[in-house]
Write a protein that binds this ligand. Structure first.
Ligand code: NAP
Length: 294
């Protein structure tokens, strides 16, 4: 069982939190406070709902009250870039910040979604140079997935979207990236050719997210053509598993859910804020499972 004691807030308690709008549905406070409580460190992690037009004032205010670390979520992941003193190369390459650290009186922005995405893949015994990655969607999360697949050195990266203009913009946005991203973009009608070649199939669209639990980015027939030794990875964490992952498991594929990415990106961030080598990842995962009743 988890340690459900209320945290003891003292005069020295250091502040962490998540900025977004809205933030009511953020799972980060549950996950981080569970780890903080387990570690017995004098920190607290709070939700900060900040409207887009208030972001600048809010960042100044959070600095003034001595906040030591922030998670950044929609709609601030890109908007926060010009307000930071330093941006880590990985966050600059992706064009989005999901984690901010206060260090030497500076706000330093980074992006732990890439590490979070890669983490469950690194435990698998695969030759990534021989891996064909097929990524569904070309939004914000797809950017972290492309960066992750590039870090893994995947042999081929294919991004599938519904809008040719957005796909071309997505591809062009990597041209000057230090990451040396090599990808091809395709419209959805090319899926029948791509699925049989896919070793790693990633859903980075919101299709199938609660309450649309019966939906999947692929039809059952399309999923039938996924190789049985492929990995299917859905970034969605509610429901768990999604229809997409259930279809993939039926053809024998290895399923990875979005909860693991959420936990792992959070663990990387918490290590930075607390300046620790390890954090209780199992406690973070369990806190989310209990909260989501899964
Ligand atoms: P986003 O920036 O809005 O991008 C969504 C992408 O999905 C866009 O490319 C969009 O296409 C496409 N899309 C949406 N509805 C579609 C439909 N009906 N048919 C085809 N394509 C569709 O959102 P995001 O931030 O990337 O998030 C995507 C998903 O990832 C969400 O479910 C989010 O919860 C999840 N996520 C999970 C984690 C995690 O830690 N597990 C982290 C980040 C995100 P257009 O570009 O054509 O509009």
């Amino acid at each position: 069982m988890l340690n459900h004691h209320k945290p003891l807030i003292t005069g020295k308690t250091k502040l962490l939190g998540v900025i977004g709008y809205p933030v009511e549905h953020s799972l980060s406070p549950v996950m981080h406070n569970a780890a903080i409580s387990e570690l017995g460190v004098d920190f607290i992690y709070l939700p900060f709902p900040i409207k887009p037009e208030d972001l600048h004032r809010a960042i100044d205010g959070l600095e003034a009250i001595g906040v030591v670390g922030l998670s950044v979520t929609i709609p601030h992941k890109q908007a926060i870039l010009p307000l930071l003193s330093e941006i880590e190369p990985i966050a600059a390459a992706v064009g989005a910040v999901n984690t901010v650290i206060r260090k030497n009186n500076k706000w330093i922005g980074t992006n732990t979604d890439i590490a979070g995405f890669i983490s469950p893949l690194q435990n698998l015994d695969r030759d990534w140079s021989q891996t064909v990655a097929v990524i569904l969607g070309n939004g914000g999360a797809a950017r972290a997935v492309v960066a992750g697949c590039t870090e893994l050195d995947c042999g081929e990266i294919h991004v599938v979207g519904r809008n040719q203009d957005k796909l071309e913009q997505f591809q062009a946005s990597w041209e000057n990236s230090p990451l040396e991203v090599n990808l091809k973009v395709h419209t959805w009608d090319k899926l029948p050719q791509l699925i049989p070649q896919a070793n790693l199939l990633v859903n980075s669209t919101p299709i199938g997210m609660y309450p649309n639990v019966e939906q999947s980015a692929l039809s059952a027939e399309q999923m039938q053509n996924l190789p049985g030794d492929a990995i299917a990875y859905d970034l969605i964490y509610t429901p768990n598993p999604t229809q997409f992952l259930q279809q993939a498991q039926q053809v024998g594929a290895t399923a990875i859910d979005g909860l693991e990415m959420l936990v792992q990106q959070g663990a990387v961030a918490l290590k930075m804020w607390l300046n620790r080598e390890t954090v209780p990842v199992d406690v973070m995962r369990q806190a989310l499972r209990e909260h989501l009743k899964i």
